[in-house]
Design a protein around this ligand. Structure first.
Ligand SMILES: NC(=O)c1ccc[n+]([C@@H]2O[C@H](COP(=O)([O-])OP(=O)(O)OC[C@H]3O[C@@H](n4cnc5c(N)ncnc54)[C@H](OP(=O)(O)O)[C@@H]3O)[C@@H](O)[C@H]2O)c1
Length: 339
């Protein structure tokens, strides 16, 4: 390929992002400076947190500037190395953004080992989303045998690992997902004990029926209408790792429906632990152990995962918009180039 393409932020969304918010730019392939690597993207990860970066609202990280590439992590091949740490042909993971090529410093890359698992797993079950599930359960959730664990966005890369880790710990797992097909997958392929479509009529009653012993851990990936249904079911000393609130990312107008008074009363009366977290705060302490523990389980098939791969960098905006509506089924990736 003789040109570099990148997708930049063309405008900030008001509500759900639209294709107008993205702009494809084409230019020359960048030239690496001394000590740098030129990498060619093979797979790009699309992640819900990027919606937050598209807004100017204060968050735990800086917003993307208008005209800058949309943020995202890739698995890429080193095509030119001006560093002694990497050779041409090596594979790396790096947060270069939505682009076909980039120059990076080696300290901003993590080596991808080729062999025991497909390289795409390093953006999902063995990458940032997998680590998020692992650390949220290990540090905050702490599942015990016989407990009931509920998880929202359960068919995504975070939720599906949360459920499988809970099963390995001997807990009973109820997944909440956005379609009958996803619910079937959770039970039949991932071994969840039950799953519930979040669009089910009388969702609260249906969830209660699936959790006759209450809920000891609710792994919150969604927010919105699911929380008021889960809250009455939380047992004494229940833990709630607040990992994501994807139902709220597109609109600030839903903020009023969140039962704050009921939540605070329940926190007090039932000694609940509600703890928000960003995976990166735990990386230095837990990342290596995560790979040591979960890597072999993925390689031997004990932990399973599903991917949803779209073709071509130009597909990224529409796939990303669809993910925020639940149209992805598994870890959403863009195949940008052949390995
Ligand atoms: N704290 C951290 O460090 C961290 C790191 C990674 C991810 N996260 C968060 O974890 C969550 C899951 O991430 P992921 O990468 O695994 O994404 P994902 O599940 O692949 O995609 C997001 C899913 O959210 C669900 N969703 C969309 N709108 C919803 C709504 N109104 N109500 C309920 N669910 C809705 C959809 O699934 P269904 O249609 O099947 O429900 C959609 O597929 C996200 O909130 C993300 O921001 C947090």
């Amino acid at each position: 390929m003789s040109a570099c393409s990148r997708i930049v932020l063309a405008g900030r969304p008001a509500g759900a992002p639209t294709l107008d918010n993205f702009h494809v730019e084409t230019g020359p392939i960048p030239v690496p400076a001394s000590g740098q690597l030129l990498v060619r993207t093979l797979y790009l990860s699309l992640d819900p947190y990027v919606r937050g970066r598209m807004s100017i609202a204060p968050s735990y990280a800086q917003p993307i500037a208008i005209g800058d590439p949309i943020e995202g992590e890739v698995v890429a091949e080193v095509v030119q190395s001006r560093s002694s740490e990497y050779l041409e042909g090596d594979l790396v993971r790096s947060k270069v953004g939505w682009c076909t090529h980039a120059t990076i410093r080696p300290e901003h890359a993590r080596r991808v080992q080729v062999g025991s698992v497909p390289i795409t797993a390093h953006l999902g079950v063995l990458g940032m989303p997998g680590f998020t599930a692992y650390v949220g359960m290990k540090v905050i959730g702490q599942p015990k045998p016989g407990e009931t664990v509920a998880v929202s966005a359960a068919a995504g890369p975070v939720g599906s690992l949360v459920g499988q880790l809970a099963k390995l710990a001997g807990a009973r797992v109820v997944g909440i997902a956005g379609s009958a097909a996803k619910c079937h997958f959770l039970v039949s392929a991932l071994g969840f004990d039950a799953a519930l479509d979040r669009h089910t009529e009388d969702f609260s009653r249906a969830l209660q029926d699936l959790c006759p012993e209450g809920v000891d851990i609710y792994f919150e990936n969604a927010g919105g209408a699911i929380w008021p249904a889960v809250l009455p079911l939380l047992n004494r000393y229940a833990r709630v790792p607040v990992c994501g609130l994807v139902a709220l990312y597109n609109s600030a107008q839903q903020m009023g429906r969140d039962s704050l008074s009921e939540t605070m009363l329940a926190v007090l009366r039932r000694s609940l632990l509600i703890r928000g977290f960003i995976n990166s705060e735990f990386a230095s302490e837990h990342y290596s152990q995560f790979l040591r523990e979960i890597g072999p389980l993925v390689a031997n098939g004990r932990i399973r995962y599903r991917e949803h791969i779209v073709e071509g960098l130009e597909s990224a905006p529409s796939a990303f918009i669809g993910m925020l509506e639940g149209r992805n089924f598994g870890k959403l990736l863009v195949k940008v180039a052949n390995a």
